[in-house]
Write a protein that binds this ligand. Structure first.
Ligand SMILES: Cc1cc2nc3c(=O)[nH]c(=O)nc-3n(C[C@H](O)[C@H](O)[C@H](O)COP(=O)(O)OP(=O)(O)OC[C@H]3O[C@@H](n4cnc5c(N)ncnc54)[C@H](O)[C@@H]3O)c2cc1C
Ligand SMILES: *[C@@H]1O[C@H](CO)[C@@H](O)[C@H](O)[C@H]1NC(C)=O
Ligand SMILES: *[C@@H]1O[C@H](CO)[C@@H](O)[C@H](O)[C@H]1NC(C)=O
Ligand SMILES: *[C@@H]1O[C@H](CO)[C@@H](O)[C@H](O)[C@H]1NC(C)=O
Ligand SMILES: *[C@@H]1O[C@H](CO)[C@@H](O)[C@H](O)[C@H]1NC(C)=O
Ligand SMILES: *[C@@H]1O[C@H](CO)[C@@H](O)[C@H](O)[C@H]1NC(C)=O
Ligand SMILES: *[C@@H]1O[C@H](CO)[C@@H](O)[C@H](O)[C@H]1NC(C)=O
Length: 518
C-alpha cells in the first residue's frame, strides 16, 4: 500500500514536471494566438496603412529601437496610429483578445522588452509627431511621437521651450518616467510641467487627466509611473520662456578632463550638497566615461556646466574650473543652442544598458562609486565599447518646484541628492549581455551581498556595489529593468492604489513589460 502510494506520488510528480516543462510553449502558443486575433481585427478596423505585419515599413520599425536588444523582436503586427481614436481602437482590440502589447515613442529606453514585444501588438507613434504652441493659453501641445529636438526647434521661434531631454533624439516617454531636463533645477522634473494628459486606459476608454479634475490621482501617477497607467496620446505642458536664438541668456558649455577623477568627484559631491539657487539658473551634468578600445581604456570625463549670465561664477563652479582640463568650449548661448550641446545621440546598433543609483553624502561615497565602476569596466572590458557613470544633481529647488505644481508620484524627500546613472554600450556584434556581465551589473547596482564559501576558513562577504542611499528615489528612465524603482518612490502605496483603480484586472501588468512593483 505504502509502495503503491509512493509510486502514485512519483507518477503525479513526473506528470506535473512534464506539464511545467511544457508551460512556456503553451503560454507562447496562447500569446501568439491572442496576438494574431488582435492583429486580424485591427487590420479590418484600421486598414493596412495603419496596421502592418510585414513589409519594408514593418521591418524598419521593428528593428529601429535604440537598444539593439529591442530590435531583435518580431511583433505580430505594428500599429501606427494617426489619432487618439486609432489608439482606442487598438487598445480595445488588444484588451478583448487578451493580447500582449507594447508602446514605443522615441525608442530610447535601454530596458529590454519595455518598448517592443514578441508575439504581441506593438504601437509605434511615428505618425503622431505634431508640435504646437497655444499663445492664448500659453501651453505647448506635444503628440506622443515627437522627439525633443523637433519640439525645441519648432518652439524656439515662439521664444518658449518645454522641459525635455538633454539629448535630441529622445522621445516623449521621458515625461512618463519623470524627466531630467537642463531646466529641472528651477522647474522640477519635466513631468512637473504637465498641464494635462490624454490617456487611453487598458480597457480602451479615453480620459483627460489634470491636477484639478476627477482624474487628478491618475495625473499624479503618470508623473513617474512609466508605461503602467495607460497610453498617453496628447501632452499639454507649461512652457519656460527661454527666448529665441537671439536671446543669448546663458553662459557655459563643455569641459573635458582626462584625469583627476578624485578632484572631480569631490567637486561633484560638494555641488550636489550645496548648490541650490533656482533663480541663478545654474545646472551641470558630470559624466565619467571610459572609452574602451581593445585593451585600452581612455578616461573622458565630461562636465557640462551652464549659468544664466555671462560667466561661470567661481562661487558655484570654482572647484571644477580649478582642475586642469584638456579641452573646453564655453561661450554665450541661447537656450536653444545650449540644448544642442549633447547632440542627438541617435546612433543605433549596439546593446545599451542602464542602471540607476541615487546618492547623498560625503566625498567617500562618490569615490567608492567611481572605483567600483572603474573596476567593473576593467573586469569586463572585452565586451564594452564604453561605460559611463553620470551624476545629475537634484537640488531642493527642483523638489519644491514639483510640489508647487501639485507633486508627482516620485515624491523625493526634501534635501539635495544626485541621480546616478551607470550606463554601458557594448561592442557591435554582441547580441545579448553575457551572463558574467549581467551578474556583475547586479552586484554593482543592486547592493546584493555575495557570499563566497571558503573551505579553508569560514566565509567572506564580498560587497562591491553602488547601493542607493536609503530613502532616495531611483530614476525610472535610467534603471535596470530588475530594479525596484516604484518601491523607492515616496508615494509607492498611493501608486499601487491608483493602479488598482484604473486597471482593476491588472491587464497592463499581465500583458506589457515595464517597471516591476505593481
Ligand atoms: C542618449 C540618451 C540620453 C538621455 N538623456 C536623458 C535626459 O537628459 N534626461 C532624462 O530624463 N532622460 C534621459 N534619457 C533617458 C530617457 O528619458 C529614457 O530613455 C526615456 O524613457 C526615453 O523615452 P523614449 O520615448 O525615447 O523611449 P521609448 O522607449 O519609446 O519609451 C520609453 C518608455 O515609455 C513608454 N511609453 C512611451 N510613450 C508612451 C506613451 N505615449 N504611453 C505610454 N507609454 C509610453 C514605453 O513603452 C517605454 O516603456 C536619455 C537616454 C538616452 C539613450
Ligand atoms: C496617417 O499618417 C501618415 C503619416 O502622417 C499618412 O501618410 C497617412 O496617410 C495617414 N493615414 C490615415 C489613414 O490617416
Ligand atoms: C529676448 O530678447 C528680446 C529682444 O532683446 C527681449 O525683448 C526679450 O525680453 C528677450 N526674452 C528673453 C526671454 O530673454
Ligand atoms: C577629496 O576629498 C577628500 C575628503 O574631503 C580629501 O581627503 C581628499 O584629499 C580630496 N581629494 C582631492 C583630490 O581633492
Ligand atoms: C579596484 O581594484 C583595485 C585594483 O585591483 C583594488 O585595489 C581596489 O580595492 C578595487 N576597489 C574597489 C572599490 O573594489
Ligand atoms: C565604439 O565606439 C566608437 C566611437 O563611438 C565607434 O567608432 C566604434 O565603431 C565602436 N566600436 C564598436 C566595436 O562598437
Ligand atoms: C474602463 O476602466 C475604467 C477604470 O477602471 C472604468 O472607469 C471604465 O468604466 C471602463 N470602461 C469600460 C468601457 O468598461
Amino acid at each position: 500500500m505504502f509502495f503503491r502510494s509512493c509510486l502514485l506520488l512519483k507518477m503525479s510528480l513526473f506528470a506535473a514536471q512534464s506539464v511545467a516543462a511544457l508551460l512556456p510553449a503553451v503560454n507562447q502558443l496562447a500569446a501568439r494566438t491572442a496576438a494574431l486575433a488582435a492583429c486580424a481585427e485591427l487590420t479590418t478596423l484600421l486598414g493596412p496603412s495603419i496596421v502592418k505585419s510585414s513589409g519594408a515599413e514593418y521591418e524598419h520599425a521593428a528593428t529601429n529601437a535604440w537598444n539593439l536588444e529591442n530590435s531583435e523582436y518580431s511583433p505580430t503586427c505594428i500599429v501606427f496610429p494617426n489619432t487618439t481614436t486609432h489608439v482606442q481602437v487598438a487598445m480595445t482590440a488588444i484588451y478583448h483578445a487578451e493580447s500582449d502589447f507594447a508602446v514605443q515613442a522615441g525608442s530610447h529606453s535601454a530596458m529590454k522588452g519595455w518598448n517592443t514585444v514578441q508575439d504581441g501588438v506593438l504601437i509605434i507613434f511615428s505618425s503622431m509627431q505634431n508640435v504646437a504652441y497655444d499663445v492664448a493659453q500659453d501651453t505647448i501641445i506635444l503628440e506622443p511621437g515627437v522627439h525633443w529636438h523637433d519640439a525645441y526647434a519648432s518652439l524656439e521661434p515662439h521664444g518658449v521651450a518645454p522641459l525635455g531631454g538633454r539629448a535630441g533624439d529622445i522621445g516623449m516617454g521621458l515625461l512618463l518616467g519623470g524627466g531630467l531636463s537642463w531646466l529641472s533645477p528651477s522647474h522640477g522634473y519635466a513631468a512637473d510641467m504637465l498641464k494635462s494628459v490624454d490617456v487611453v486606459l487598458a480597457n480602451g476608454s479615453l480620459v483627460t487627466a489634470t491636477a484639478g479634475n476627477e482624474h487628478s490621482d491618475l495625473f499624479r501617477a503618470l508623473k513617474g509611473g512609466g508605461n503602467r497607467f495607460g497610453i498617453a496620446t496628447r501632452y499639454e505642458l507649461y512652457p519656460v520662456h527661454t527666448g529665441t536664438q537671439e536671446n543669448k541668456t546663458y553662459f557655459g558649455g563643455t569641459i573635458l578632463f582626462d584625469s583627476n577623477a578624485e578632484a572631480l568627484l569631490n567637486a561633484t559631491a560638494k555641488y550636489v550638497r550645496e548648490v541650490n539657487d533656482p533663480n541663478a539658473g545654474e545646472f551641470i551634468l558630470m559624466s565619467f566615461i571610459n572609452a574602451v578600445a581593445g585593451n585600452n581604456i581612455s578616461p573622458l570625463y565630461f562636465l557640462w556646466a551652464f549659468y544664466k549670465g555671462s560667466e561661470l561664477p567661481t562661487e558655484i563652479f570654482g572647484d571644477f574650473l580649478a582642475i586642469p582640463s584638456v579641452f573646453s568650449q564655453l561661450g554665450q548661448l541661447s537656450y536653444f543652442e545650449l540644448q544642442e550641446t549633447l547632440g542627438l545621440a541617435n546612433e543605433r546598433g549596439q546593446i545599451q544598458h542602464f542602471g540607476a543609483s541615487a546618492l547623498v553624502g560625503d566625498e567617500t561615497l562618490y569615490l567608492n562609486a567611481f572605483n567600483l565602476w572603474n573596476n567593473f569596466t576593467t573586469a569586463h572590458k572585452e565586451f564594452f565599447n564604453m561605460t559611463t557613470l553620470a551624476f545629475t544633481p537634484i537640488p531642493e529647488s527642483q523638489i519644491q518646484a514639483g510640489l508647487a505644481r501639485g507633486g508627482n508620484i516620485i515624491h523625493a524627500p526634501h534635501g539635495q541628492f544626485a541621480a546616478v546613472q551607470i550606463y554601458e554600450a557594448f561592442n557591435s556584434g554582441i547580441t545579448e549581455i553575457p551572463l558574467s556581465v549581467q551578474t556583475a551589473i547586479g552586484q554593482l547596482i543592486e547592493g546584493s551581498v555575495i557570499l563566497f564559501l571558503d573551505p579553508q576558513t569560514s566565509l567572506t562577504i564580498d560587497v562591491f556595489r553602488i547601493p542607493p542611499s536609503p530613502g532616495l528615489p531611483l530614476y525610472l528612465n535610467e534603471c535596470d529593468p530588475d530594479q525596484h524603482v516604484f518601491e523607492s518612490y515616496g508615494d509607492y502605496e498611493m501608486l499601487k492604489d491608483i493602479y488598482a483603480k484604473y486597471d482593476p484586472i491588472r491587464f497592463n501588468v499581465r500583458h506589457c513589460q515595464g517597471p516591476v512593483g505593481l
